[in-house]
Ligand binder design. Sequence first.
Ligand code: SAM
Length: 287
Amino acid sequence: MSINSSFSHRGLEPEKKVLYIVGTPIGNLDDISFRALNILKNVSLIACEDTRQTKKIMSRFKISNKLISFNKINSFERIPQIINYLKSGESVALVSDAGMPSICDPGEDLVKIAKLNSIDIICIPGPCAALTALVTSGMNASSFIFEGFLPRKKKDREKILFEISKTEKTTILYESPHRIKKLLEELKKHCGGDREIQVSRELTKKFEEHIGNDIDKVINFFQDKEIFGEITLIINGTNKLENSDIDIAFLKKELNELIYSGISLTSASKYLAKKFGLKKNLIYNLK
Ligand code: SAM
């Protein structure tokens, strides 16, 4: 495997032996990029999750090209076919039904194997529901965790819910409309009803809406309603220190004030731990 890949140009025309990962709209077809359309029009082959979905984009923009299906069920046989095709000097575009391939969609195995075969990968970026919802939430978007769909198995699910309850980072989840009420109740149980969340529904579509408040209020909002459409959930990080009601921002401020006055981190942590009845390393690690 080579250490780096370099390209003679990254223009509109596809290059030989390149696998293009092409982002497509998550609802509003006008979100397709000019570059994505050119690549879809000019690559030798488009590998798509569902040919019927991709045909909708192709017909809307009056382009035609060769399509093959590439999904969870047939990826085992498709991957070697696509790799051989690329190796013979052709270019291939990979698209999913909506959004960025590989993000809770097929793609990463193909990319992994293409890289092992020294095939260059270029992404033509497009919309992604996770980031689209995140940036509308006003929550910390510089440090976040994307969990996609929570696992169904109780033990695995509880583990992630526990992690979400403890993290200071923003968490992004995908969920289907008929399971969202159950998920909200689980989040309430783990994070408390006062944790801030945002349910983003039907992003980029006609009935886009963002219901954001604390978990209790959001549960209340949906109580007598049937929920439709596609949903992305944004969960604010905790502002409470582990096993306490003490605000992290408040403690950080206290810690910084002591350090600025010349006290060492160790001594300041010891002092605050005693003052608030906390473990010293919890405070030490805030720095
Ligand atoms: N690859 C896609 C992406 O980049 O966002 C995600 C595919 S995943 C199979 C589909 C899930 O993404 C949906 O169940 C929903 O949770 C979320 N999603 C996709 N489109 C959405 C939209 N328009 N509004 C809200 N959430 C959306």
